[in-house]
Design a protein around this ligand. Structure first.
Ligand SMILES: Cc1ncc(COP(=O)(O)O)c(C=O)c1O
Length: 386
């Protein structure tokens, strides 16, 4: 008997694809759940005897493809993915810390991560000590018997301080503490924290991994054992990545090395230009001068500079820029600028920002893949008008 209209409508579009050829690009598995033929398979999957997809919050093919890609890029045994960079940071921290645990934290970190420590982890009764991560004796002195992690950014936001990860890892080893590194600003093309002794590398894939400002995602990599605990936290937290964003991130990763190689060269060129300009007070870029031995492939695409005239000076430059748009994010193929005091570091007290060199005249630049001469010309005309 022919099924009725509503029944037929509800069951359309289930045609399986041919098994003779395979799609070159991975399909987007836009399904929240998977169908099972009987309870035997349900039990086999639930008990771990068989591996199959069940419910997308527990894992899905596109997220898994991204996790494999990130583990590969960072040199980790395994990786997990999350809906945003903060989702990944949240899951890592809540998986590794419990009430009464202590975290040593670089004071030079992204504002929302700082807020996560000071608001959520404080409520969860995690003790926090902030240190200047470049002051190794201070880092060592901050270690306590209940210290579980040292948290730092490989290249810090926004003053692009490069963490001496091998030295920090050595301190962590001595105190049986795990080193957790946010690698967002560097990207694994520029620096690979796990290869330098860290236990966990995290990235906001919203930035360089995606590369085109069209997705939000977060990833973390480390040992299989550690990533399993992070995944358990993430499954309950629910900040899972959706298949399309995972798919877009994998597509972005394929050109990460090409984009970031060019972006590093452009950033060095722009930093050198800015360092010579009379309207510029100070330039932060690890590739200036003697460079940094931890960055053999380029010093990254991020720089920041302080213009004379404080916030009004910065506002004039931002208004006058034509190519570089004001965008409170980073890692795009185009050159973008941001103002940490009003955006990423808003959650920090003014005195604290001042101590870190995050002044009102500080402009953060995410350097894109455009022709360097055009980028420099844009900043030149903007600084001349300011
Ligand atoms: C260094 C750093 N880590 C983490 C994040 C958070 O990433 P998301 O915005 O994808 O949650 C950001 C965002 O700007 C960042 O700059």
């Amino acid at each position: 008997m022919k099924k009725q209209f509503g029944t037929r409508a509800a069951h359309v579009g289930k045609k399986p694809v041919s098994a003779l050829t395979r799609p070159v690009a991975m399909p987007i598995y836009q399904t929240s759940v998977y169908a099972f033929p009987d309870l035997d398979l349900v039990e086999a999957v639930q008990s771990g005897r068989e591996r199959a997809y069940l419910y997308a919050r527990n894992g899905q093919p596109n997220a898994e493809a991204l996790e494999e890609a990130y583990a590969e890029l960072e040199g980790g045994e395994a990786a997990v993915s999350a809906a945003t960079g903060m989702g990944a940071i949240f899951a890592v921290l809540f998986a590794m810390l419990e009430p009464g645990a202590h975290a040593v934290i670089s004071r030079d970190i992204y504002g929302a991560t700082y807020a996560l420590f000071e608001q959520e982890l404080a409520r969860y009764q995690v003790e926090r000590t902030y240190v200047d991560a470049s002051d190794l004796p201070a880092v060592e002195a901050a270690m306590q018997p209940n210290t579980k992690i040292l948290y730092a950014e490989s290249i810090s936001n926004p003053t692009v301080q490069v963490a001496d990860l091998p030295a920090l890892a050595a301190i962590c080893k001595r105190h049986d503490v795990k080193l957790v590194v946010d690698n967002t600003f560097a990207s694994p093309y520029v620096m690979r924290p796990l290869e330098l002794g860290a236990d966990v590398a995290i990235s906001s894939a919203t930035k360089f991994l995606g590369g085109h400002s069209d997705l939000m995602a977060g990833v973390a990599a480390g040992s299989k054992e550690l990533m399993e605990t992070v995944r358990r936290t993430l499954i309950l937290n629910g900040a899972m990545l959706d298949p399309f964003a995972a798919w877009l991130t994998v597509r972005g990763i394929k050109t990460l090395h090409l984009r970031v190689e060019r972006q590093c060269a452009n950033a060095l060129g722009l930093a050198r230009f800015l360092a010579e300009h009379a309207a510029v007070e100070k330039v932060h870029y690890p590739g200036l001068g003697a460079g940094n031995a931890l960055l053999p492939h380029g010093a990254g695409a991020m720089l920041s500079f302080e213009v004379k005239g404080g916030q009004e000076g910065a506002n004039q430059v931002i208004r006058a820029l034509k190519l570089a748009e004001f965008v409170p994010s980073l890692g795009d193929v185009t050159t973008t600028v941001s103002h940490p005091v009003l955006t990423s570091h808003r959650a920090m007290a003014p005195e604290q920002r001042e101590a870190l060199g995050i002044t009102e005249g500080l402009i953060r630049v995410s350097v894109g893949v455009e022709a360097l001469a055009d980028i420099i010309a844009d900043f030149q005309q903007a600084l001349e008008q300011a």
